[in-house]
Design a protein around this ligand. Structure first.
Ligand code: GRF
Length: 196
C-alpha cells in the first residue's frame, strides 16, 4: 500500500475525504499520518477518530522558516511517505521542506490555474460575481518549488457561481468539488507511480 502523509492547518474536510477514500479502498494507499502546524486543529481530531497517527508540529517562537521547514521535513521523511498532501496547509513552504520531505508534494487550492493564488481565493472569486464572473474552480498541483499555488497541474474542476448564491452556498459547492477532485487526483497519482 502506498503511504500518504497529510499536512493540514485547520478544519480538515479535505483530509477527511482522503481518509475516508483510502479506508474505503477508493485509493491504493493508506493515510499513515496527519501533521498540523496548529495544536488542537480539528483535522488532528479527525485523524484520531480514524485511528491515524496525528500530531501537531508548531513552529517554535522566533524559529527561522527554513529551520522549521527542515524540522517538518525530518518528521515527514521519518514516516516514509510515497506522497505528501497539503490539504489546507496555510504556511508557505521553502525548499528546506520540499527538498527534504522524501516524496512528491501535492497541494489543493480553491481556484483554477493562474487565478487567485494565496489566501481567501473562494471569497475573491465570489466578489467578482458582480463584475460578471459565473464560475471559478479547484486545482490539485505538484509543489516542486517555493512557488505558491502554481506548480504543474494534476487536476482541475470548474465550479459555477449561481446568481442567487450566498457566499456560503458557493463555499459549500467549492468544498464538495475539492473533496471529489482531491480523491480522484491522489488515486490517479498513486496509481500512476510505479511500485517503489
Ligand atoms: C480548502 O479550501 C483548501 O483548498 C485550502 O484550504 C481549505 C482547507 O479546508 N487550501 P479544509 O481544512 O480541508 O476543510
Amino acid at each position: 500500500m502506498k503511504r500518504i502523509v497529510i499536512l493540514a492547518s485547520g478544519n480538515g474536510s479535505n483530509a477527511q475525504a482522503l481518509i475516508d477514500a483510502a479506508s474505503g479502498g477508493a485509493i491504493a494507499g493508506e493515510v499513515v499520518a496527519v501533521i498540523s502546524n496548529v495544536p488542537g486543529a480539528h483535522v488532528l481530531r479527525r485523524a484520531d477518530l480514524a485511528g491515524i497517527e496525528a500530531f501537531a508540529l508548531p513552529p517554535q517562537a522566533g524559529e527561522e522558516r527554513t529551520r522549521y521547514d527542515a524540522r517538518l521535513a525530518g518528521a515527514v521523511r521519518a514516516l516514509s511517505p510515497d506522497v505528501v498532501v497539503l490539504a489546507g496547509w496555510m504556511r508557505i513552504l521553502t525548499m528546506s521542506f520540499i527538498g527534504g520531505a522524501g516524496a512528491p508534494v501535492l497541494n489543493i487550492h480553491p481556484a483554477l490555474p493562474g487565478e487567485f493564488p494565496g489566501t481567501h481565493a473562494i471569497e475573491r472569486a465570489f466578489a467578482e460575481r458582480a463584475g460578471g464572473r459565473t464560475s471559478s474552480g479547484v486545482m490539485v498541483h505538484l509543489v516542486p518549488d517555493e512557488g505558491v499555488d502554481e506548480g504543474p497541474v494534476l487536476g482541475t474542476v470548474e465550479v459555477p457561481i449561481l446568481a442567487d448564491d450566498t457566499i456560503e452556498d458557493f463555499e459549500e459547492r467549492m468544498h464538495a468539488a475539492e473533496h471529489g477532485l482531491l480523491v480522484r487526483t491522489v488515486a490517479d497519482f498513486l496509481g500512476a507511480t510505479q511500485d517503489a
